[in-house]
Structure formats: C-alpha cells, structure tokens
Design a protein around this ligand. Structure first.
Ligand code: FES
Ligand SMILES: [Fe+2]
Length: 399
C-alpha cells in the first residue's frame, strides 16, 4: 500500500475533533438542535395506568409532564405553571386525585391541562381556561412509548423513523410492556454527553472491557451503522456454559418465548435512535436509556426496564440476571467514558482513529456532521459557531 493511500485511509477514520467535546458554544447548539428539536422518550403509557397518573422528565432546561386524563388519554405538557413558572408537579412520578394544584400559589389545573381556576380569583381578571391552561408539548406514541418534542424539528414521526424494525419487533409485543416497578433511574456522569454515546456506539471494546458481556456473546456481537436516524446491533449467545455464574445462570434459566425465532430467543437486540436513545430488546425484558447534557463535564443518564406481561417466576429470574449483567456493564463503561472525556483536555490528544469495528461511532459522527458541518473544521472563533454552521449548511457543508 503506498503512503498516500494509507493517509487517505487514516483521514477517513478520524472521529470528531477534540474541541467538539469541550466547546460550550457547540454544547448550546446541540441542546437546541439535537435535544429540544428531536424526539425525546419520556415513558411508556403503561407507566401511567390510571387517570391522574403522571411522570416528569427534565432535560436541558426543559421540563416535561406526561399525565393520563380522566378520558384515558395520555397528554404531555410543559411542567410549568402559567402564573409564575413554578413546577406544577414536583415529583418524578405520582398520582393526583382529580386536579393538579400548583405548589406556589395554588392555581388549579384539570387533568387535560385546562385551567380550572386561579386561587383567590377576584385578585385577577377572568382567565380563559384553554388560553391559560398548561402549555401542551408535541407528542408521539410508538409501541406505547411516549415521546415529546420541545420545539419543531427535522425528524418525521417516531413510527416512521423506526419503521424498518416493525417486522423484527412485532413478535415482542412492546405495546404490552409493563414497568418493572423500580421506575426510571438517573445518574450523573462526569463527561461530555458525546463521550457516553461514543462508548455506547461500538462493541469493539466488549472483549477487553466487559468480561460478562463477552462471556454472553463471544464474537457473535455486531453493530450495523446508523442509517437515517437509527442503528441496530445484535448478538446471539455463545453456545455452551458461561464462565461467569450470572451469565451461566442466565443462559440456563432463560425460558423459550414461543413468539420469537431461535436467534431472537437466544439474542439481545439493540436499537439506537438518533440522537440519544437506545432500546435493549431482550427475550426477558426491554430496557431504554438516554443521556442529556447538563453542561460540559456533566451528563445525566436516565433509563428504565420493562417486563413482558404475564411474566412467570422463571422469566422474572432471567430478567433479574440480565439486569445484573447490564448493571455491571454500565459500571465498566463509566470509567471508559470519563477517560475519553479527560483525553480531550490533554496536550497529547490528536483525536481518535476508528477501526472497522467502530462503524457505529463513525456513522453516528457522520449524522452529527450533517447537522453540524462546523465539526469538519477548526474550532470557530468565540461567538461565531452558530453563524458559521448556518453558513456552512447553506453551502452544503463546504467552505
Ligand atoms: S406559580 Fe403556580 S400558582 Fe403561582
Ligand atoms: Fe461498553
């Protein structure tokens, strides 16, 4: 191979530039375009079985409230009182009897978001219940999962984004999923959010960094690249007994699911949805996890686990064991994520070089570059990133 070809080959394997992990201006632009203007998972409708059940989610300065009305409909609103902006509900999850009462001055809202009345209404002009109701959020439902979008954005409906998985997912019956009872977990990671996504988007590190997961899959794990906003990874279990007791027990105990074909009965499927959501679809359970930037060096990870309806004791044990394998894997990833974040501050860091087995990272970076062509260039002068990116977009990404 001549030198030129090697250089070209290396150039095409570069990841995002180091500045993209530390730039506060890029983080602000990402919060606006990627997080506020892309669909965000809040919960599953079965998290809210009864009228008055609600769940909240905070993200990049936004607050969502999803609540089931007396008519059975699940609606999403800004968790923001129309009086002075207080949270209307303070908890992550709960059930209100028949109305929502703002904890600040006591304005009362109906479960459909309309204003029932201000407290001491004589102190205010008459307020129209619809005009002064909670502000609705754009909502979408996919297999029972509730998505919101804080501002209009470029994605089509979630069902369209995920359409290529319809046939594969149908046998799992995701609409019937039930929460595992533990609710949504949330942790904070000391890293830029993209460091988390980069570690999660490839399986090249599995044999080295995740002994449990490697014991489960062996070399059967593979990633398919991001394509039009989704990615797919799949791994069937390594035959024979596992070396670690939890893997061994999981493989031995996991019962066969009649609706699934042999590969899906003995395999874990991951579906990624741009920009920050992954579903792990297992024969015993379904997990969902996502990350939200707080600031550079602080990212919230949030997720939940769902069980299948009519789960028997054996399946319940299998779900416990798969959860255990997952928890250990996440712990192992945490350290790697933080080291990647620290690297962006090192004077010795020249950016990353991606192997063929990191196609998930490369193709995800390509999706980011399409929205932020500025990532193909040196860090813009302070105060110019948004204008520079808009200019590059207008010219098709080229100078
Ligand atoms: S802020 Fe809600 S009642 Fe005043
Ligand atoms: Fe990992």
């Amino acid at each position: 191979m001549d030198g030129n070809r090697t250089d070209q080959n290396i150039a095409s394997r570069r990841g995002l530039p180091a500045w993209s992990y530390t730039s506060p201006e890029l983080l602000d632009a990402e919060k606006e375009l990627l997080f506020r203007r892309h669909w965000q998972l809040v919960c599953h409708v079965n998290d809210l079985p009864d009228a008055g059940d609600y769940l909240t989610m905070d993200m990049v300065g936004e607050r969502a409230l999803v609540i089931r009305g007396k008519d059975g409909r699940v609606r999403a609103f800004h968790n923001l009182c129309r009086h002075r902006g207080s949270r209307v509900v303070a908890d992550d999850k709960g059930r209100c009897k028949s109305v929502l009462v703002c904890p600040f001055h006591g304005w009362v809202y109906n479960l459909d978001g309309t204003l029932r009345g201000a407290s001491q209404p004589d102190s205010l002009p008459a307020l129209d219940p619809d005009e002064w109701g909670l502000k609705p959020l754009e909502t979408d439902l996919w297999n029972g999962f509730v998505f919101v979008r804080f501002k209009p954005g470029p994605q089509p409906p979630v069902s369209q984004i995920m359409a290529r998985f319809d046939a594969e997912l149908a046998p799992y019956g995701l609409t019937g999923l039930q929460p595992d009872g533990a609710g949504f977990w949330q942790t904070e990671v000391a890293a830029n959010w993209k460091c988390i996504r980069d570690v999660d988007n490839e399986g090249y590190h599995v044999p080295m960094a995740h002994p449990g997961l490697h014991d489960l899959f062996g070399d059967n794990y593979y990633d398919e690249p991001f394509s039009e906003g989704t990615s797919r990874s799949f791994a069937t279990f390594r035959p024979g007994p596992g070396r670690l007791w939890s893997v061994d027990a999981y493989k031995a105990i996991l019962p066969e699911v009649a609706a699934l074909d042999p590969d899906h009965n003995r395999g874990w499927l991951y579906i990624g949805m741009f920009p920050n959501l992954v579903f792990g679809i297992y024969p015993d359970s379904v997990i969902a996890y996502q990350e939200f930037p707080v600031e550079n060096g602080r990212t919230i990870q949030r997720g939940a686990c769902y069980r299948y309806p009519n789960e028997d004791r054996q399946m319940r044990l299998a779900r416990y064991l798969s959860g255990r394998i997952d928890r250990i894997t996440s712990k192992e990833d945490e350290q790697l994520i933080e080291w990647c974040w620290e690297a962006s501050f090192s004077s010795g860091f020249d950016g990353v070089l991606l192997s063929d087995l990191e196609i998930g990272v490369k193709s995800y970076h390509d999706e980011l570059r399409a929205l932020f062509p500025v990532l193909n260039h040196r860090e813009p002068e302070p105060g110019t990133l948004t204008a520079r990116n808009a200019e590059l977009l207008a010219r098709g990404g080229e100078d």
